[in-house]
Ligand binder design. Sequence first.
Ligand SMILES: NC(=O)c1ccc[n+]([C@@H]2O[C@H](COP(=O)([O-])OP(=O)(O)OC[C@H]3O[C@@H](n4cnc5c(N)ncnc54)[C@H](O)[C@@H]3O)[C@@H](O)[C@H]2O)c1
Length: 350
Amino acid sequence: MTPTGPRRILVTGAGGFIGHALAKRFKAEGHWVRGVDLKRPEFERSPADEFLLLDLREEANCHTAVHGVDDVYQLAADMGGIGYITSIHASLTRNNALINAHMLEASADAEVDRYLYTSSACVYPAEAQNVADVAPLKESDAIPAHPEKGYGWEKLFSEQLTTYFHEERGLDVRIVRFHNIYGPLSVFEGGREKAPAAVCRKVAEAEDGNGIEVWGDGQQTRSFCFIDDCVEGITRIMASGFNAPINLGTDEMVSVDALVDLVTRIGRKQLHKIHDPSKPQGVRGRNSDNSLLLREIGWAPEIPLEVGLARTYSWVWGELKKAGRARPPIPAQSISEPISAAVATPGSVV
Ligand SMILES: NC(=O)c1ccc[n+]([C@@H]2O[C@H](COP(=O)([O-])OP(=O)(O)OC[C@H]3O[C@@H](n4cnc5c(N)ncnc54)[C@H](O)[C@@H]3O)[C@@H](O)[C@H]2O)c1
């Protein structure tokens, strides 16, 4: 049965992108929130009632983190964009395995009401993602397994571990597989940024008429899910009582070149793409199959890519402007201009 009334909620990874957005949502709904992370949020103050700086690789810290809470949202992870997660397999896999094993143990010992584990589309087998025009990935495609090296293997292992804690210790779990979450307040430089934020930064910093670097040949495909949809989906999945892995993403698949074209148009610039095939680009194609989400939750992400990207670009441009790095023109959203005035069809030539 879905609990009603204010909850005592733990958000781990609350100094990170999705964790911070979740903490804001829960506070706005009147819940009591404890945030835990190695660091505080980078771009604005956490609204959490209590924010503990703890290293969750240590089991004792996980017990401290879960003390007295009803629900756990486990978003702490050593994580970043494709360049980052493919460069440090040993330490990243170890860090995340320790965090997840200890968080599950502590949460089961504390007999929390509900536990949400945040997995990834990186659990899906390479063979199902080797063409750009890929079939959307269904939850059942994950096993037999051939996930992404390091990060993906750990996510799949921790999904299994989460399931065992459900079966043997009675922990009421949710397991959500995110597909490329993006939006304002995500890192956009330094090596941990993902493609949408990186592209926004490059376009914002580019002088009109110049070129920008694009990793790979630009034909690799992905779907991207805006942060507001992600937060909405998490709360719906937690309320659902569904214990098995479930996708959370959009099925609006675009090539990286089309993503760059869209951001370029949002930025109202003329830029050419300089492809660098030597840079990591991950699987060739990836898209989310949302049939299970629709069946179990009765909802799927609804914010169109061009709307989410316009908000993200506007925010990134504003951050770069503060540092004197943004190049004109001012984004449409900053001057209250309708997005449609700045955005044309994705995929056409810039
Ligand atoms: N953003 C995406 O597109 C995406 C896609 C798939 C899965 N995920 C998963 O969603 C969750 C949240 O991702 P995010 O995008 O907000 O990432 P993020 O990097 O912004 O946030 C993760 C947070 O975990 C914290 N952390 C790392 N090690 C820690 C430790 N030892 N102890 C305590 N905190 C620690 C980091 O400091 C960071 O603030 C993660 O589990 C991630 O793997 C995200």
